[in-house]
Design a protein around this ligand. Structure first.
Ligand code: BTN
Length: 335
């Protein structure tokens, strides 16, 4: 913990109570001038800290900034967020930074969060518009002991954890548009870019990059997605906490990851199915080199899509861009 984090922690544990400068300086062996400097810096980050010459300091309000300390404080996980959490004001892409850390040997459970991204990336080389301080831009590094052929399980796990956390924080009903778009009704509120490094037999690392439109107003969304995207604020009319969302996601991910480690995918599959709305529908899936049209038979127990085409041939698809092509040709609302 840095000195600043320590001071914040003292103020937090003394919530609603004044703490004298003397108390802080003896607890931490730090000068009164240094305390003042850190308090000023914390105020600059949005913490509302009152000061009184006789009483000392009191923390009145904590900003919704997903910093390492706000995320880590009492986080009930075993692995996720337990090793290192990096918070940046600005990055090109949290996935890029997480990848660098992975290559430097960072532990699994490492988290990278940015307040804004200048080159946020979406699936299929699309860009992810990352409005400063309004969205959650978070990448999580994991090193699962699974065969590369089972990697779809990680897509399933990530989408499930994000869907559950969005529901828990906002109180809204969400669905997952396979493989990992988070939808509210017919509109997309979040997406996941999963990047994998593997050889024939083993997975080295997986970066799970989550982007959620949290407190965006309509004008914050790029014109080309204004009809198809939404935010938690736009759906609820209330500002939502990015800190709670990040913490909830890590908690949920941690839980399901433990099942994956034991090669028990059943809980994951059962819970995932509650969020899907694709089985039985006619779809087209565009993959990197190919595309496939047909009726969805099921999502199998590893998260792959099973489609039956017009010749009754079944195809198992691991990932792709899905479009509904039946009469009700949009994403079905589950709200
Ligand atoms: C998609 O739906 O296309 C996936 C969007 C993923 C966006 C997130 S934001 C955090 C992380 N860093 C990135 O550059 N992309 C992902």
């Amino acid at each position: 913990m840095t000195r600043r984090e320590e001071i914040l922690s003292v103020l937090k544990t003394s919530a609603d109570r004044w703490v004298s400068g003397e108390e802080i300086s003896t607890r931490m062996t730090v000068s009164r001038t240094a305390i003042w400097k850190h308090i000023t810096a914390l105020r600059g980050e949005g913490y509302i800290i009152r000061s009184s010459p006789r009483k000392g300091y009191r923390l009145d309000e904590t900003p919704d900034r997903p910093t390492a300390q706000e995320i880590a404080d009492g986080l009930p996980t075993a692995v996720m967020g337990k090793r290192a959490i990096y918070h940046y004001e600005r990055l090109d892409s949290t996935n890029n930074r997480a990848k660098e850390l992975a290559l430097e040997g960072a532990d699994e459970g490492t988290v990278v969060i940015a307040e804004m991204q200048t080159a946020g990336r979406g699936r299929r080389r699309r860009s992810w518009h990352s409005v400063p301080m309004k969205g959650l831009y978070l990448s999580l590094l994991v090193r699962p002991h699974i065969p590369p052929a089972d990697i779809t399980v990680m897509f399933m796990l990530s989408a499930l954890a994000l869907a559950e956390s969005v529901e828990a924080v906002s109180g809204l009903s969400v669905s997952i548009k396979w493989p990992n778009d988070i939808m509210i009704g017919r509109k997309k509120v979040g997406g996941i870019l999963t990047e994998v490094s593997a050889d024939m037999d083993t997975v080295d690392y997986v970066i799970v990059g989550c982007g959620v439109n949290v407190n965006h107003e309509p004008g914050d969304l790029p014109a080309d997605v204004r009809d198809t995207a939404t935010s938690l604020y736009m759906e609820t009319g209330r500002t939502q906490s990015r800190v709670s969302l990040a913490r909830n996601f890590l908690e949920s991910f941690d839980l399901y990851y433990a099942h994956v480690a034991e090669r028990d995918f059943s809980v994951l599959t059962t819970r995932w199915r509650r969020f899907e709305n694709v089985v039985g529908r006619r779809v087209r899936v565009d993959m990197v080199m190919d595309s496939c049209e047909g009726r969805v038979i099921e999502i199998d127990d590893k998260g792959a899509l099973i489609i039956e085409d017009g010749h009754r041939t079944r195809h198992r698809i691991m990932s792709g861009d899905l479009e509904y092509i039946d009469k009700n040709n949009n994403n079905r609302s589950v709200t």
